[in-house]
Design a protein around this ligand. Structure first.
Ligand SMILES: Nc1ncnc2c1ncn2[C@@H]1O[C@H](COP(=O)(O)OP(=O)(O)OP(=O)(O)O)[C@@H](O)[C@H]1O
Length: 231
């Protein structure tokens, strides 16, 4: 579904991603792991189209997408839950959910009801401003907004950051359901190991901009954790 080949990225003189290859198959739930600053968000932003590639290629569903704008990638079926959630604080929950609908391409103008089945709190808070929601509610809104475009691939960048443990558990359940029941392909960036183990089936570890280890979650052993993940 997603094939990244030979990706290099720079911020000015600083070489952030090095010859990175990553393949995500349909139905996968993969966790991109690594310590702070290793390039996880840079990788996500490259997939989303927020950063032009220095070199390399990204194919989605067999089609090269790396030259497309971020706006052109969403309608292909890439839903994003960005780091820090980035909901619109002055818009209502309803307006936040409606905002992505034009990207669906099927003309739907109302919020798909399954969003409220997944996140009943969003229905209760429909007319509240996004900025007045708790961190956990905002994260549910950010996921709901990404799902409203009916994506084939959902990218979540550190969805548990700054969220209470009970909501973290709820979000873990939702991501698992989306992946295992609905078959949505998921790329998750996550530093919390228990959450990653609970949600993802496979992992890819980055270290200083390189993919250094990958495998099934049950192959993520103590040696890898110590070498690449613990601070
Ligand atoms: N806009 C930017 N300008 C310059 N350097 C940047 C910029 N954004 C990130 N970097 C640097 O690029 C490297 C990779 O950053 P990135 O945010 O991709 O890492 P990360 O693994 O997502 O980290 P975190 O877990 O802290 O979010 C870091 O050294 C970071 O300081």
């Amino acid at each position: 579904m997603l094939a990244i080949k030979g990706l290099n990225q720079f911020y000015g003189q600083s070489h952030t991603l090095w010859d990175l290859d990553l393949t995500v198959n349909k139905g996968d739930c993969i966790c991109i792991m690594g310590r702070n600053g290793v390039g996880k968000t840079t990788l996500m932003q490259s997939i989303m189209g927020l950063l032009p590639l220095a070199s390399g290629s990204i194919e989605f569903d067999g089609q090269p997408i790396h030259k497309l704008s971020a706006e052109a990638r969403a309608p292909l079926g890439i839903g994003i839950v960005p780091q820090g959630r980035q909901i619109f604080p002055l818009l209502t929950v309803e307006e936040n959910l409606l905002i992505g609908l034009p990207a669906r391409g099927d003309g739907l103008k109302t919020i798909p009801p399954f969003i409220f089945e997944l996140f009943p709190v969003l229905q209760q808070m429909l007319h509240r401003r996004g900025g007045d929601l708790s961190g956990g509610q905002q994260q549910q809104l950010a996921i709901g907004r990404a799902l409203a475009i009916n994506p084939k691939l959902l990218i979540l960048d550190e969805p548990t950051e700054g969220i209470q443990p009970n909501v973290v558990a709820e979000i873990a359940d939702i991501i698992r359901r989306l992946n295992r029941e609905i078959g949505l392909t998921v790329i998750l960036v996550e530093q919390k190991l228990p959450f990653a183990r609970k949600v993802a089936d496979t992992f890819c570890i980055l270290d200083r901009g390189r993919a250094v280890a990958a495998g099934r979650m049950d192959e993520l052993d103590e040696r890898l954790v110590k070498e690449y993940l613990t601070v």
